[in-house]
Ligand binder design. Structure first.
Ligand code: MN
Length: 425
């Protein structure tokens, strides 16, 4: 059988261009008007199937009841055998030739919701969030802007996946408004720092892996074992205040310029859905140390297209400002996890490991405004009358991610966030 399962079809209609064919089946947490208790659901076409409902009807038999929770963590904690069992059962129940739900109007009414009528919540209870810096194009752009055009990468960059510990408490779900942060900014060498609203507010286009299996303190996860520690992926927008960052980041890295908010997609795409889209990564030169070396034929990267659109309050519709692909990332997710644990640092279920800003080689494939407008030196044209260097109040940022093969497209759903004015000083 083809691993992409092109023959799979559901009795639920899935439009050609939908992010959610039966081959996807991503998990999220939702609530709705007539039942405001948060619970786990799965997206298919324009519908959502309520797993708490299926579980209570005895249609999903797992070792514990896990779908009446306000996060996916309890389900993820059950481990891969039960993830696979659930996925297989859902494929069966939703397939076009299975009458169990298809032919029962009352059950359908109870367990199926229109996605447009439910509210999606943060899917994961995130314990720790680590942000890497794995795109060579992004790291080179930033290095040549602020350090040395001819030698943009720092000496460590090609030897280890650079990262920092992000802030988990301010991770919010798509659709949450983002208040423009206030912080310390130093305008020039001559002027003293002062407190003001961020004038260089930015987004960062990223993918983040959701950890599905924990490790112990003192344990290092080997490269070949790293994929088994991942449950799935979310799309991420790591909001950044560039002017605050510039003044604060020496010598320990970004702090409050990054910690005010990070948005994630409501849908977690399971690793098994992305399995057919695994590809070989770029050649690494110099060869990294042994613990980070992939085998010649390892497919440790993912062929996922990514795009960014922007809509200001003066715009009638959103305009696509960038498109790229995650397969060009220099460091793989497995290398990030192995390096993260090389000193014995443990990881937990629900931790997020983000890629860092994903930029391509072309100017219209950069993953941040900092790069797209080259730190404000080359504002980008949004429409005839409007340009942008950084984000303005009421701008809406829309990110999308999807993989495609001959027979279907599989996506993450939209990740949106709108900028609201800063608090008055
Ligand atoms: Mn980032």
């Amino acid at each position: 059988m083809n691993s992409r399962h092109p023959e799979l079809k559901s009795f639920i209609e899935v439009e050609q261009n939908s992010d959610f064919p039966i081959q996807n089946l991503p998990y999220g947490v939702f609530k709705c008007k007539n039942k405001p208790t948060p619970r786990v659901g799965v997206a298919i076409g324009s519908m959502l199937i309520d797993l708490d409902c299926l579980e209570s009807k005895g249609l999903l038999k797992l070792s514990q009841k896990v779908f009446h929770h306000s996060s996916l963590n309890e389900f993820i904690n059950l481990g891969k055998v039960e993830w696979d069992k659930t996925r297989q059962k859902l494929r069966e129940l939703l397939s076009f030739d299975c009458p169990i739900i298809r032919d029962k109007p009352v059950l359908k009414e109870q367990c199926l919701h229109k996605r447009s009528e439910v509210e999606m919540l943060l899917p994961i209870q995130v314990g720790d969030y680590t942000d890497f810096y794995s795109s060579i194009e992004h790291a080179s752009n930033v290095g040549s802007m602020f350090r040395d055009k001819n030698n943009p990468l720092l000496p460590n960059w090609k030897h280890l996946p650079v990262g920092y510990h992000g802030r988990a408490s301010s991770i919010v779900v798509s659709g949450s408004n983002i208040k423009r942060p206030v912080g310390q900014i130093k305008q020039s060498e001559q002027t003293p720092p002062h407190l003001q609203a961020c004038a260089k507010l930015d987004f960062e286009l990223e993918l983040a892996a959701v950890i599905g299996k924990k490790s112990k303190v003192g344990q290092t996860i080997k490269l070949e074992e790293a994929p088994s520690h991942v449950f799935g992926f979310v799309l991420m927008n790591d909001w950044s205040a560039r002017d605050i960052q510039k003044w604060e980041y020496v010598p320990l890295g970004p702090f409050v310029s990054k910690s005010f908010a990070t948005s994630v997609s409501p849908w977690v795409i399971p690793m098994s859905a992305l399995e057919p889209f695994k590809v070989k990564g770029p050649q690494q030169d110099p060869t990294p140390l042994k613990y980070l070396q992939h085998q010649e034929n390892d497919k440790a990267h993912f062929d996922i297209n990514l795009s960014i659109s922007l809509q200001g309050k003066e715009h009638e519709r959103s305009k696509k400002i960038s498109q790229t692909n995650s397969k060009s990332l220099y460091w793989s997710l497995a290398q990030q996890i192995t390096h993260h644990t090389i000193t014995g640092c443990n990881i937990n279920v629900g931790d997020l490991m983000a890629s860092g800003t994903i930029s391509g080689q072309e100017k219209n494939s950069y993953g941040s405004m900092l790069e797209l407008s080259w730190n404000g030196q080359k504002p980008i044209q949004i429409d005839e009358n409007n340009k942008r260097s950084f984000l303005e109040d009421y701008d809406q940022v829309i990110m999308n991610a999807w993989s495609e093969c001959e027979t279907y497209k599989l996506g993450f759903g939209e990740l949106t966030g709108q900028i609201l004015p800063a608090a008055e000083l």
